[in-house]
Design a protein around this ligand. Sequence first.
Ligand SMILES: [Zn+2]
Length: 108
Amino acid sequence: MNILKKLFATVRETTANAQGGTGMYLYVKCGRCGTPLQIRVDKRHDFLPNFSTGGYTLHKDIMDGKCFRLMHAEIHYDAAYHVLSQELSGGEFITEAEYHALTSDEEA
Ligand SMILES: [Zn+2]
């Protein structure tokens, strides 16, 4: 189950490094158990140039640590990394504020 270890390592790394120059965060919620997740993506590794729009496409597999549901995000960006459209199978996108509200509820 190396892929699980790798995913959890990525989640931990997210909390350690704040906003890096090439890092961006995605916030999602599992569609089955509702676990909120913060996912760090790296512009150097995760973004593929989209030659038809001049922007970028991000494909990211995301697994939550509670029910281990696999979600798949597909996000289209323009050349300045603004989101043009986004889809998430198996869950839904949330905002950073929603993520923090959900995680603080859990700890309370
Ligand atoms: Zn889940």
